[in-house]
Design a protein around this ligand. Structure first.
Ligand code: FES
Length: 76
């Protein structure tokens, strides 16, 4: 997803909002979150949690993952 060394906005949001720790779940989270925003560009927090529920993360407690997706949706 990085083109010419430039991260995709979702990758950037995960980095800036500490949406990952070990990184094991991160590719799936980023792909699912990107797909979610294509279908619903302005999801609520609950819609983000439902949209990512098939991806498990053992590290983060999901708070910063959801925060990352909402930040990306807001263009932050
Ligand atoms: S960051 Fe480690 S499993 Fe999600």
């Amino acid at each position: 997803m990085a083109v010419d060394g430039v991260m995709h906005p979702m990758q950037q949001a995960f980095m800036e909002n500490h949406g990952l720790q070990c990184g094991y779940c991160t590719p799936g989270m980023v792909m699912a979150a990107t797909s979610l925003l294509k279908e619903n560009p302005h999801p609520s927090e609950e819609e983000v949690r439902i949209g990512l529920e098939g991806n498990l993360c053992r590290c983060t407690g999901y708070h910063n993952i959801v925060k990352s997706v909402l930040a990306c949706a807001a263009g932050e």
